[in-house]
Write a protein that binds this ligand. Sequence first.
Ligand code: 3H9
Length: 697
Amino acid sequence: MTDKIEYSRQDDIAVLRIRNPPVNALSQAVRQGLSDAMDRAEAEDGVKAVLIVGEGRAFIAGADITEFGKPPQEPFLPDLCTRIEGSPLLVVASMHGVSLGGGLEVALGAHYRIAQPDARVGLPEVHLGLIPGAGGTQRLPRLTGAEKAIEIITSGRQVKAAEAEELGLVDRVTEGDPEAVGLAYVRELLSTGAPRRPVSELPAPEPIDWDATYDSVLKKGRGQISPATAVRAVQDSAEHPFAEGMKRERAHFMDLMQTDQRKGMIHAFFNERAVGNLPELKGVEPRALQSVGIIGGGTMGAGIATAALLAGLNVILIEMKQEAADAARERIAGNLQGAVKRGKLSESRYEAMMTTGLEVSVNYDSLRDVDLVVEAVFEDMGVKREVFGRLDAVCKPGCVLATNTSYLDVNEIAAATSRPEDVIGLHFFSPAHVMKLLEVVVADKTAPDVVATGFALGKALGKVSVRAGVCDGFIGNRILAVYRTAADHMVLDGASPFQIDKALTDFGFAMGPFAVADLAGLDIGWATRKRKAPHRHPEERVPTYIDRLCEQGHFGQKTGEGYYVYEKGKRGGTPNPKIAELVAEEQAERGITPRDFTDEEIVRRYMCAMVNEAAKVVGEGIARRPLDVDMTLLFGYGFPRFWGGPMKWADIQGLDNVLADIERYAQEDAWFWQPAPLLKKLVAEGRTFDDLNKAAS
Ligand code: 3H9
């Protein structure tokens, strides 16, 4: 038996304790250990029942994801679950923490399940581009019915113990030490002569409208294939005997294992965790963080305040005038009330946050004792420098002074203080209490413990924090500016914004770039174009057709008209017919003969522009590693998770193919399509972006 399973006897019960920290993933050694321990329990005299428990923070978090992509090793998990279920002994699982994926499948192989009240169970394989592959799609529907099983599997959500009990997924919920309550339950079952109860022997689920369910899940998945595949696997559970259903589930699972989507999603899973592990911060202690000051109570400031309050921090928010201060308080209250409505925050905690947790003031002196200040005022260098001068005068020594600027030079802002080592950029994304991304922007003189404090704040707020260097737009907005331009160029050359949006949402983006522009407000891009106009290179192509719409006061969703026309009370918009006219005028002025684009070409050009700029961002050290770009795009820009991020996408396409396309596009517009030196270097060396990630970790 492997040392991953501790075997002990409690009278006539064999206790199998899984010990594979941190989360008891089902590695080969764990699977082997469980299999051996079952053999031993069955062979030993006097054993009537087996209790399976997990040590540490979870029962079992699922299959060991680090083994995916390598040749599978026996014993295979589906066989292990069937072996547990087939035991002549009574088998009980006592679940605490999470039981996810293969972890729940092992428990479903047991004959009875007891759980702690705060336990959560689920089958999250779709988040890894997979479906449950150890009987989850066959056993779960036999307990919950097909419809509920499909909902649980395709959402991948974690089901709380109470709901799991209601659904028949667990038989009992009892608080206490998992082994102690498990043993008591087994003894009770033995004393009442409870029979073995294999889930596989329960009747198959009733049929539902499989095709309609498949279609709706496919549509909801926006290009992701595994949730729809799960519907077919559950259908198999209804239409075939259990053993045949298991075979079919395995076949689906192994097919999905080979897909790019599985590779992309597992890349996302690990790098979401790796992105905060910066070698340069090893051993660097963050500064103490209990109270946060925020300058400016607009949408951004109020969002940051909301996130900080929800994380249990005290917040002092500064506004210029009492009226604005009152409005900021209202905004924060509204945000927190949203959390109350969604059941994420109790009324009493809400009251405490709004009274003792939050102070809204018009006096900078209130910031005297705070540990960190985030400035979220108007995006203007003069205004920001004035704010930082005042903060320098008021804040205690060691207070971290952060700016939420989206593109201004953090070095210049830091220079407005006598302590540039305490100054950092913390670039939140709106709404700041919802969006997961935080760019931690490190200026030339920022002290390492200030960087560590930025990451500590991000962690406390539940954000995915990415280290960025100083440049116009940092990582995300700098890359966005370029792929947006690629989309604009395609419009000038003949593709409609609506075709582009559709091609990109079909690719998996949450929204297309033109719908996003309408949502953000066309005035933002207009202002940026005006700001950048004096610095443009003569060969730079900057379409101006949309400026004509802005000049007429149409700024997208907020004014009811932009690329799309929005009717009050209706979701989404319809294409604005004026766009075609404005584009045609500009094409005529520039002497462009419009041509057709396929959806495939649209995606390719957009992605190549993104990857090329991203390679420049990494090459210049603005992002430390390709994975920093991937996580930025995934968590701040609606990039489809199943591609893993633009750099992962490029690795999957082959960097030589991506470079060849960029060089081909450069024959039309050499100024825009200048290949990134890093991309050329990697192609020459036959290396990938992922090789760089590995080298940096
Ligand atoms: C499956 O089961 C397939 C089967 O149906 C069929 C098979 C044939 N494997 O997230 P954390 C690591 S698919 C390996 O920071 P938390 C994680 O990388 C699987 N490693 O903690 C991290 O490492 P590090 C279905 C894993 O408390 C450390 O554990 N299961 C695994 O915030 C701590 O993780 C899932 O998809 C794993 N399965 O959250 C569950 N899980 O410290 C995936 C975690 O080096 N896991 N690690 O960075 C999770 O959702 C969360 O990790 C969990 C804990 C909720 C468990």
